[in-house]
Ligand binder design. Sequence first.
Ligand code: NAP
Ligand code: ZN
Length: 354
Amino acid sequence: MKTVGYAAQSSESPLAPFNFVRRVLRSNDVAMEVLYCGVCHSDLHTAHNDWGWTTYPIVPGHEIVGRVTAIGSDVTRYKLGDTVAVGCMVDSCQTCDQCHKGEEQLCREGNTGTYCGLDRITQEPTQGGYSKHLVVREEFVLRVPETLDLAKVAPLLCAGITTYSPLRTWNVVPGSRVGVIGLGGLGHMAVKLAAGMGAKVTVLSRSKDKTADALALGAEQLLVSADIDAMDKAQSSFDLIIDTVPVKHDLNPYVPLLDVDGTLVIVGQVGPMEEQNTVSMLLGRRRIAGSPIGGIRETQEMLDFCAQKNILPDCEMIHMDQINEAFERMERSDVRYRFVIDMASLPVPDTLVV
Ligand code: NAP
Ligand code: ZN
């Protein structure tokens, strides 16, 4: 199937229109027209090759909402016209212990990324949701609850699940004391989801500029991470801290904020961090952990939780041709709090019209 998207051709080039082909439907495949796609900081990292593993051309986008346009002969869960969603993975081995547990993100063979992955059958590069059409095997397609505002659902597929999963893994319950470092796309979802679970939430930000936003999102307070007095007073006062900062940074000021047996979970920076002093970890029996997205079962659970609690991201809708400006603004943290591309804004070239 011919389609069109926006791709980067190299780490320096801006995203631009790109015609490419989606695979012919396999018996277990669902084809969809993409309606909305969220803009994750990982899209920017990947387009710029910050992690060193990008292959070009690359069509980013892994916060995808679409409408089913065709199904393979063995598909049973979806029918034409269904509203569906796809997140950061499109395949996994389906046979290892992690896949059997529904933790496909931790597949022993590695999951197949929605973009920048390799199709497990043809070895062709996978391409993401900044495109008109998508083909994904049924097992990696999510059902969007009908009550949710479709235009705002997309960011739940990465920012939502990446913060929901550690909140569940570390057993956040009503009254849990949760800190969130960095109030961006992931951070603002962490605040909404943790508050939705009944936690007492504190935002840790670089300045006090986002204080009113933090409170409106459901936090009880915002702590400025450079305010040494305030950070001192907050020692031993968190059960869980979720760290969404997208670059190398220093955890030494944050670890003492954890109470005994508390955990700081890194979901942001992928790569080296500043040197860590272990004193506060040993003396307080505190932990530093990491967490990647979440499994398909848990992603569906998160979507249903959001529908039940009416939790949705704060979105700024953009057109496809505004993506390069959106990347620049995200790099400056000038987004409140997630860009979402309205894919109707991507014209279909005459060559694709049958
Ligand atoms: P984002 O919207 O740009 O938000 C990041 C926030 O971090 C900013 O709003 C800012 O908050 C803070 N920040 C930015 N630059 C900083 C700096 N130089 N020093 C300290 N704080 C800084 O990004 P996002 O989409 O939430 O993604 C965050 C990170 O998570 C990215 O690295 C992304 O690749 C990663 N990610 C990981 C997973 C996973 O599976 N673990 C999934 C998705 C994304 P303040 O202004 O409040 O300080
Ligand atoms: Zn993402």
